[in-house]
Design a protein around this ligand. Structure first.
Ligand SMILES: NC(=O)C1=CN([C@@H]2O[C@H](COP(=O)(O)OP(=O)(O)OC[C@H]3O[C@@H](n4cnc5c(N)ncnc54)[C@H](O)[C@@H]3O)[C@@H](O)[C@H]2O)C=CC1
Ligand SMILES: O=C(O)C(=O)COP(=O)(O)O
Length: 527
């Protein structure tokens, strides 16, 4: 039974499928104080949040069983992604479900700002009939500058064009073709500041975007410009915005988000030219159902070891790409497990080479499973697909990945070389039609072994009698040999022998095999 904790207000209608899953227990406890959450989190396999719960490194340190954090929404700035990655916890979000609601909210704010609707409402509610103070402006013919033309920015652009606005956009990933297709003009942030009548930001909050609209940008703006932020507090520098409102540069501002939420004594809220909502962009019935359905599905997929798509701390790959590399994942993990059991000494470098058909694919997931296979031999269950690259980096292991052209023998070729302070070892594998993953080379010697069960691998001098003596020692220990492969490069030189055995070999028998004249090294490997 998987235990899932929902610690923010997430639509129960949207979570229905998750709650109905037979092997899942969902506990809905929104608004838990941080200490209580910390005391409870150890019992749970997954945590579902919106933007309120702060998923800190400290909280994750108590999350012994946690496999996934699901964010029912877009922004993950309330989650310590690095700490989650370090602990091998997958973080997924639901990036599509609230796009339209947030774009519509931005538009509602844009129109409210243009026509002073909140101020006029407050006035009429106080008993006045004041028609002079609230003269607005039309949107038609005005220029809207959009910083961040992602999902929400794009929907805002479409709506603005329907209102007869000219749209300028800045986004580092906006290509000329895409801009032409959408009918927006791709410009710099400075150009937006100089030319726009309304400016709206739709980026995530990152090191680059924090305060990207600040004093120098306000200094470029037209007098009376109107500013909107329905993305994240901090993209616009609040102090600089206040100064620009006070000196008349900014005619009005609409804010759904704040540097500190809930805002405490924020002077912007005292200005009658600032209209505000308490982070309501995604707060519609539809958006909340959508994001809950999406994140619920992702969490179920993760817990059931099925593919999932919106991981924030894993390379995101389309489902068809994942399907295409799926068969290589087992091969990669087995190669990693095999090589780590052959190589002795302190690991310093891992070199992975892909050749043939596999080299034409997206191999990042395969490299991750290889790393997981290698590192889990020494680091156990703490290593998984999420944190393997992080652990390798922390241990100072140099990881390189190379792709070569077609392989001269095999259609697919994956080779892994480990360098330790005691030497270098390599293993290579392929996928055989109908036979699945096979190990086809160990330390440069050709073999053909199914990577499963217990293998006994020797390095020996290619001389008569060795195979017989090893066989006799195994027989005496009651170990049955299921399959045998010998690989050599030249007659009488060194050779490799791989024996698939039906049960693990005890330490004494292993030591006796090591004493057989001509045996240079022996290892038992379990896959
Ligand atoms: N107010 C609310 O309730 C909601 C707020 N949001 C926030 O809205 C923002 C946008 O969300 P989406 O459109 O779904 O995200 P998205 O990922 O689709 O779009 C973000 C865009 O920002 C661009 N970007 C990144 N760095 C940039 C930079 N330095 N300068 C210019 N552009 C940059 C990216 O290239 C991307 O195109 C996020 O911060 C999200 O957290 C989202 C939903 C609800
Ligand atoms: O999805 C986002 O990024 C949001 O900001 C929505 O936040 P919320 O789920 O309403 O707390």
């Amino acid at each position: 039974m998987f235990k899932i904790l929902v610690s923010d207000a997430i639509s129960e209608e949207g979570l229905k499928k998750l709650m109905d899953a037979p092997d899942v227990q969902v506990d809905i406890r929104p608004g838990l104080p941080p200490e209580e959450l910390k005391a409870l989190i150890g019992e749970y396999d997954a945590l579902l949040v919106r933007s309120q719960t702060k998923v800190t490194a400290d909280l994750l340190a108590s999350a012994r069983n946690l496999k996934a954090v699901g964010r029912a929404g877009v922004g993950v700035d309330n989650i310590d992604i690095e700490a989650a990655t370090r602990r091998g916890i997958i973080v997924v979000n639901a990036p599509d479900g609230n796009t339209i609601s947030t774009a519509e909210h931005t538009f509602a704010m844009l129109m409210a700002l243009a026509r002073n609707i909140p101020q006029a409402y407050a006035s009429i509610q106080s008993g006045k009939w004041d028609r002079k103070s609230f003269v607005g402006v039309e949107l038609r013919g005005k220029t809207l500058g959009i910083v961040g033309l992602g999902r929400i920015g794009t929907e805002v652009a479409k709506r603005a064009m329907a209102f007869g606005m000219t749209v300028l956009a800045y986004d580092p990933f906006l290509t000329r073709e895409r801009a032409d297709q959408l009918g927006v003009e791709s410009v710099s942030v400075d150009d937006i500041c100089r030319r726009a009548d309304f400016i709206t930001v739709h980026t995530p909050l990152t090191k680059e975007t924090r305060h990207m609209i600040s004093g120098p940008q306000f200094a470029l703006m037209k007098k009376g410009v109107r500013i909107l932020n329905c993305a994240r507090g901090g993209i616009i520098d609040e102090k600089a915005l206040l100064a620009a409102l006070e000196d008349g540069t900014v005619g009005g501002a609409a804010l759904d988000v704040f540097e500190e939420e809930p805002p405490k004594d924020n002077p912007l809220l005292a200005s009658n030219r600032v209209i505000a909502t308490p982070h309501l962009g995604a707060s519609t019935v539809e958006a909340q159902i959508n994001v809950a359905i999406d994140v619920g599905e992702e969490i179920l997929n993760i817990l059931h070891d099925r593919p999932f798509k919106n991981a924030v701390n894993l390379p995101s790959l389309p489902a068809e790409v994942m399907r295409a590399v799926q068969p290589y994942l087992t091969l990669g993990e087995k190669l990693g497990q095999l090589i780590s059991q052959i190589a002795a000494g302190r690991l310093s470098a891992i070199e992975v080479t892909y050749g043939g058909a596999v080299a034409e694919r997206e191999v990042a997931p395969v490299s991750r499973t290889i790393l997981k296979g290698i590192l889990s031999y020494h680091h156990g269950d703490e290593v998984n697909y999420v944190n393997a690259p992080f652990i390798a980096e922390t241990l100072g292991i140099k990881v390189t990945e190379t792709k070569t052209g077609r392989h001269k023998v095999f259609n697919d070729w994956i080779s892994v070389q480990l360098t330790t302070d005691e030497g270098t070892h390599s293993a290579a594998g392929t996928l055989f039609n109908g036979l699945g993953p096979r190990i086809v080379q160990i330390d440069g010697y050709s073999v053909d072994v199914a990577p499963q069960g217990t293998l006994l691998i020797t390095r020996h001098i290619d001389q008569p009698g060795i195979i017989g003596q090893v066989g006799s020692l195994l027989g005496a220990a009651g170990v049955n040999i299921a399959a045998m492969q010998v690989g050599r490069k030249e007659l009488g030189g060194q050779a490799v022998m791989v024996l698939a055995v039906d049960k693990p070999v005890d330490a004494e028998t292993l030591a006796n095999i090591g004493q057989v004249p001509g045996i240079l090294a022996v290892r038992d490997v379990s896959l």
